[in-house]
Design a protein around this ligand. Structure first.
Ligand code: MF3
Ligand code: CO
Ligand code: CO
Length: 323
């Protein structure tokens, strides 16, 4: 487990510089900021059951989807991916994570999609924003607020759209300005872990082959694999009971079958994989404040192998394909 260095220690990033001359500021902990008022979604847009203070879904959807659901998921998945790629255009030093929320919310509404995280039940309060923005040591579910992005930060944006009665769930980690080599390595290997997990999602394999592939690659590089958050079945429901661990779990030995749709979304850390929660009940960080990255796709299992449903129309400005 990595502990924060003292000011005169050598920095953890490999530069050979003193910590105070190098990464002291960029490793200042992320702190909660001000959360702006709720952004409404026009009543004309079809909404999931949790909108307007509604209840949580039952997580009981059948694992094998109909051709009709699959085709709708292809379309909504692509639109979620296009929205995620679009968020990259607002990410820069000085932009706030709330600016990212505005971009995601307005874009979703402009294409008649409901941003699935908005009012999703959980924690002491329903999730108050339209996207999750997780900076540096924040593992996942960071809430957009007035914190300005700083040169050298890394930020994960997790977009889920609800349209055509189905969800498309996808995320990527973006660089803010110039990012140190250690963080770039983390982000690239995390992308590769996601790709390795997806490649292992072959019909005939078992669910735990996915986590085995991810864990093998991550640990080869000395990284940690977060245990407390997992991939999930998805479709007409945002989350279903199907769990995809990103580490090897011996009991998750159900066969992977054509027609299944689920997410692969490993969270990889520079240090400890242990997570702790802010008092907002949503924001999860590493316990040692080491940085962490994530990529997520919604995939379909076909007879021929996995199909990434959250592939954007143009892969040339999407970090999963360009890093
Ligand atoms: N998109 C997240 C996932 O990958 C879930 C976010 S739920 C929220 O499963 F309420 F935090 F938005
Ligand atoms: Co997900
Ligand atoms: Co997600």
């Amino acid at each position: 487990m990595r502990v924060l260095p003292k000011a005169n220690d050598i920095c953890w990033c490999g530069s050979g510089q003193k910590f105070k001359r190098c990464h002291k500021n960029s490793t200042d902990p992320v702190r909660p900021g001000r959360i702006s008022p709720l952004r409404p979604v026009p009543a004309s847009i079809p909404r999931p059951m949790w909108a307007d203070g509604g209840v949580l879904e039952k997580w009981d959807e059948p694992r094998i989807k109909s051709d009709d659901v699959i085709e709708r998921m292809r379309q909504t998945g692509r639109e979620a991916a296009d929205t995620l790629a679009f968020l990259g255009t607002v990410i820069a030093p000085g932009a706030t994570t709330d600016d990212i929320d505005v971009a995601c919310h307005d874009r979703a509404v402009s294409i008649d999609a409901y941003p699935s995280p908005l009012e999703y039940p959980g924690g002491p309060n329903a999730y108050p924003k339209s996207v999750c923005t997780s900076v540096n040591e924040v593992i996942c579910h960071g809430i957009p607020d007035d914190r300005k992005l700083i040169d050298g930060d890394i930020v994960n944006c997790d977009v889920t759209l609800f349209k055509r009665g189905v969800h498309g769930d996808t995320n990527a980690t973006f660089y803010v300005g110039n990012v140190d080599q250690a963080s770039q390595d983390l982000v690239r290997i995390t992308r590769d872990c996601t790709a390795a997990g997806i490649a292992a999602a072959q019909p005939g394999n078992r669910i735990n082959d996915i986590g085995r592939a991810i864990q093998d690659l991550a640990e080869k590089h000395g990284y940690g694999v977060v245990r407390d958050f997992v991939g999930h079945g998805i479709g007409e429901q945002f989350h279903t009971d199907l769990q995809i661990c990103h580490y090897y779990h011996p009991r998750l030995d159900d066969p992977i079958e054509p027609g299944m749709t689920f997410t692969v979304e490993p969270m990889i850390t520079q240090g400890s994989y242990r997570a702790q929660m802010w008092s907002d009940g949503w924001t999860a960080t590493t316990t040692d404040r080491s940085r962490t990255a994530q990529f997520e796709h919604t995939i379909l299992i076909t007879e021929d192998g996995p199909e990434i449903l959250t592939t954007p129309s143009d892969t040339s400005n999407h970090p999963y394909w360009t890093l």
